[in-house]
Design a binder for this molecule. Sequence first.
Ligand SMILES: [Zn+2]
Length: 108
Amino acid sequence: MRGHDRTAGRLDWSPMTRTPPVRTCVGCRKRSAKSDLLRVVGDDAAAPQGLVVVDEQSRKPGRGAYLHLSLDCLDQAERRRALQRALRLVGTPDTAALRAWIAAQGRS
Ligand SMILES: [Zn+2]
């Protein structure tokens, strides 16, 4: 079974050039290989204001956002409410779990 990411809007790969898929970080707005970015999705069933959860397998349904594995990028995203916008959440999402997850990766 293959998931269809309709938010992408176009094919991610080309058999001719083998260009790796690129996504924009919602924090620093820089483009990076998708494999260097963390996919997060909003879960507004878990918390009324929306909970941001890490999608390690890139398989969760719904609207995703991409973020570098960096607390700096998370800070920037939060300051600009970029996650809230990208994930279409109504309130300020709870990013505590995401923050802890990034911190646990040992990079900042
Ligand atoms: Zn970034």
